[in-house]
Design a protein around this ligand. Structure first.
Ligand SMILES: [Zn+2]
Length: 308
């Protein structure tokens, strides 16, 4: 199918703008790479399930082998295959027949699909590998926050640690990253403080409008992604949270809900398209005001593949 794998890998590294020049090679490479990356992703996703379930309960992540949540039966080796086992068992425990939550295969396939998406966005690169770690961390952070309304600071700090290798494989300067670290987290912190004081005065409750976990998440992710990605990520996250917050309030009557999952979705979209969105916004909205003399050189920066 592919005449030259090296050429295909090179094409992937140089970005999809080179797509046509490699033609069949790249198509063949993708045909091979996508299933492998997907399978790898769902295996890691299987571990993420363990983290999401056990970490909030304070259970060991490695010690005890997987067991049925209802009858405690040890899960057989054959039933440990991510996604597929759940489908073969029709979502039921082999021992007691109790339903197994569809969330297990959902988390697994989500991780697999997002790894494939990372491959398509970033090509075969160190950056892609880092993005896959980032994606898996976001899945854990998002689901744990959804379940417990809480975040694990060590998990958030791992995103900040990713900024170190990212510094060497992407072109964002330290300044871009430092601005990214502060430009969302500082307003989040201030909103949290002010709303916290207001709520305490009014109801006596100790709640913040924006929790510290969300603030630290945006600081760490900003350091990793840079300000051009973190700003659109925050805008998307807040937009989603407002929409779903209103829906949740209408359905359950409660105005308390986890902000984290929406921020995680925003961060993922921000990591993929944030820079294009920022560049497009700058060129179409700000440049005509501040730098009209440069206007003639610009083309649409959003989705270069579509507007070429
Ligand atoms: Zn069982």
């Amino acid at each position: 199918m592919y005449r030259n794998l090296t050429a295909a890998v090179l094409a992937a590294q140089t970005g999809w703008n080179e797509w046509e020049s490699y033609g069949d090679d790249l198509a063949g490479f993708l045909l091979l790479a996508i299933p492998i990356v997907f399978l790898y992703g769902i295996c890691i996703g299987s571990f993420l399930n363990v983290v999401i379930i056990r970490l909030p309960r304070g259970e060991s992540l490695i010690k005890r082998s997987s067991h049925c949540m209802t009858c405690g039966a040890k899960i057989r080796l054959i039933d440990l295959i991510p996604v597929f086992s759940w489908i073969f068992l029709r979502g039921k425990c082999h021992s007691c027949g109790e339903k197994i939550s569809p969330r297990y295969p959902i988390v697994e396939s989500l991780n697999g699909l997002l790894y494939v998406a990372n491959l398509l966005v970033f090509g075969v690169s160190v950056n892609c590998f880092l993005m896959c770690i980032f994606t898996s961390l976001l899945i854990c952070i998002g689901f744990i926050d959804w379940d417990t309304m809480d975040m694990y600071v060590p998990m958030l700090l791992m995103i900040a640690v990713l900024a170190i290798p990212a510094y060497f494989v992407t072109y964002h300067s330290i300044w871009e990253r430092l601005i990214g670290m502060l430009c969302i987290s500082v307003p989040f912190f201030l909103i949290g403080e002010i709303s916290g004081a207001y709520i305490k005065k009014k109801t006596g409750e100790k709640v913040r409008g924006i929790e510290l976990g969300d603030t630290i998440l945006m600081a760490c992710a900003g350091l990793y992604l840079g300000y051009k990605s973190i700003i659109p990520a925050a805008v998307i996250g807040i937009f989603l949270a407002v929409i779903f917050g209103l829906i949740i309030k209408k359905v359950t009557g409660s105005s308390k809900f986890a902000f984290g999952p929406y921020l995680c979705v925003g961060l993922l979209l921000g990591a993929w398209f944030g820079e294009q969105i920022s560049d497009w916004y700058y060129k179409s909205m700000l440049m005509p005001i501040f730098e009209p003399e440069r206007m003639q050189f610009t083309t649409s920066a959003l989705f270069p593949l579509l507007f070429r």
